[in-house]
Design a binder for this molecule. Sequence first.
Ligand code: GLN
Length: 379
Amino acid sequence: LSRRLEVFSESVIRRMTRIANAHGAVNLSQGFPDFDPPEELKRALVNTAEGSIHQYAVTWGAPNFREALAVKQSKLLGIPINPDTEIVVTCGSTEAMMAAMMTVCNPGDKVIVFSPFYENYAADAILSGAEPIYVALKPPSFGFDADELEAAFRQKPKALILCNPSNPTGKVFSREELLIIAGLAEKYDTFVITDEVYEHIVYEPFEHTYFASLPGMFERTLSCSSLSKTYSITGWRLGYLIAPAAIAEGARKIHDFLTVGAAAPLQEAAVTALHFPESYYTDLTRLYSEKRNLFLDGLESLGLKYTVPQGAYYVMVDISEFGASDDVSFCEWMAREVGVAAVPGSSFFREPISHLIRFHFAKRQETLHDALNRLELLR
Ligand code: GLN
């Protein structure tokens, strides 16, 4: 078998989901909602199923999907996005990130990855032949050291991967931090590949700044995102990449040979979501703020230490006080004996850190209450 396989292991997130299922644990490991998407969206899918869009869409995305997406994202970025040349619709942002990496990297190129990081990025780098350079986001606040970052840039990386709002830390990069990254990207002529799937899940008073919206950055940014988290449709596998035409054209080639295209009927149905009014997004933020508050209050009354997430739907909890030998066995034990599954923090860190675990709270209130009741066993 290929040597590539030796360099990374299977997804720990998905492994924890299997362990959760095997033990009937509440699954707060793999981040996806246990509630349905809006009714209107489900109805759109039913209507589409009864219609006649059942063959391939245009490989880089159905025109009406790209048009609706361009309108929505142009408004958010404050930059007009051309639906005909600057968008590639992909099978989730997972494919968008992979295609982005393969579009800009040659084998042997270096790519900056902040650590902790969503586990796909290292695998994406390796699959595209690139080598990750890690820059630490230091707990508990998960800030970076600008000098360390510049030292990484001095190694002449081809790209930097930016997950904002960030999985697993819940960090929302401030405009100032992003401007530091932008300055370095400019100085060292580096691409920036963003993963902004939590763009609409940001808690007050924090605000999401699209990296591509910063002065001069659109030209060097491959913005990846998806509909999964925003519309609670992780199984639809609809994502996209937005980049200047010359880059998007390259990404279209890669995407075509990787997957031909995202599911045509699902793109058709999802146009309904892309047309949702402004209020949909404020309601979404409110919904997740309630979940976050409920879960953090619960952790607080259990006396657990955690970093307050500014965005996304994850929280990192410090397990030092439990004296476990490592976070992996702690998570396995917790799934089995306490009945709640989380992800061991070490699967996100490059550094040897084993005192943090990640919970997600994209769950119905009763699921969160159930999890918190079970977590009482930790006391
Ligand atoms: N992004 C989610 C997480 O980090 C789900 C990952 C996945 O399995 N695709 O948990």
